[in-house]
Design a protein around this ligand. Structure first.
Ligand SMILES: Nc1ncnc2c1ncn2[C@@H]1O[C@H](COP(=O)(O)OP(=O)(O)OP(=O)(O)O)[C@@H](O)[C@H]1O
Ligand SMILES: [Mg+2]
Length: 265
């Protein structure tokens, strides 16, 4: 049996609101193996970002626990690299310095030369070497997200957490960035949890797609295992008959939930 590397156990989140307690997530259970790539799908507002931010340690856990590499997480830390829809880059710093900032934190025992090599390696990997002296305001949205990916991978985290990282990009840029992400991931095989609204993106990237039920009290609904070999070729998998089966499974789960939402309204 492969070892469990990440585990969310009975995870729950209740927000205090003026109209009382709002139970957003309840009984969310998920195990992941080391090096597994999981995409999380679910309707808007069901609680995906709430789960991810608890795993990142950026949001208090109301109930249950999260184990990473056999240890319970407490607060945020550089063992989890987080990428949001808009990367929070420091506007006064260059691309190079934005990536170096995290590297200095994690590789504090390394020499400056070693740290330079790490930054250089990841900027090359995301295709940004030519923009290393530019500030975020001089970069396009896609380039900024490349910095976000470089920064997260450069930490060599135990886990990569991505919340709709390509949600704001046009389709072409999104394809490019998916490629940058998966090329890096293929090299390093980090354990990754990525939230997306895009069914095709989930099938292309994930080993398993975790679908969340609608809130309130959202949890894991169904899990679809994506059996395509890696590295994957987008065209090859799209012409594989299993592609449409996976797509159908994911879409019908989401559609069922839409009907339930209508009935509840
Ligand atoms: N700080 C907060 N206080 C109260 N309610 C909150 C808070 N943050 C989020 N919520 C509520 O929790 C629910 C889940 O929010 P969350 O952002 O996790 O959803 P999501 O699945 O990521 O949605 P989307 O797909 O639109 O990003 C929403 O109903 C939201 O209004
Ligand atoms: Mg969200």
């Amino acid at each position: 049996m492969p070892e469990t590397y990440f585990e969310a156990i009975n995870l729950g989140k209740t927000y205090k609101t003026p109209s009382g307690d709002a139970v957003i997530v309840k009984g969310f259970d998920l195990k992941m193996q080391k090096g597994e790539f999981v995409c999380v799908l679910g309707h808007s507002g069901c609680g995906k970002s709430t789960v991810l931010s608890m795993v990142a340690g950026l949001n208090d856990i109301s109930e249950g626990s999260v184990l990473l590499d056999h240890k319970e997480i407490e607060g945020a830390g550089p063992d989890r690299g987080v990428v949001f829809q808009s990367p929070c880059l420091l506007p006064w710093m260059t691309t190079w310095d934005n990536v170096m900032l995290g590297v200095e934190q994690v590789y504090f025992h390394a020499t400056q030369e070693e740290r330079n090599q790490i930054v250089e390696y990841y900027l090359n990997a995301v295709g940004l070497h030519g923009a290393k002296d530019k500030r975020p305001s001089e970069l396009s949205g896609g380039m900024r997200q490349r910095v976000g990916l470089a920064r997260a991978f450069a930490l060599s985290p135990k886990m990569l957490l991505l919340d709709e990282p390509f949600g704001m990009l046009d389709k072409l840029t999104k394809f490019e960035l998916q490629q940058v992400l998966i090329d890096l991931w293929n090299r390093e095989r980090l354990t990754a949890m990525m939230i997306t609204h895009d069914v095709d993106e989930a099938i292309y990237l994930a080993d398993r797609v975790v679908m969340m039920t609608n809130g309130p009290a959202a949890r894991v609904g169904e899990i679809v295992k994506i059996d395509f070999e890696r590295p994957r070729d987008r065209r090859d998998i799209m012409s594989d008959p299993r592609y449409l089966e996976y797509r159908e499974q994911l879409i019908s789960f989401l559609e069922e939930r839409v009907y339930q939402m209508d009935e509840a309204a």
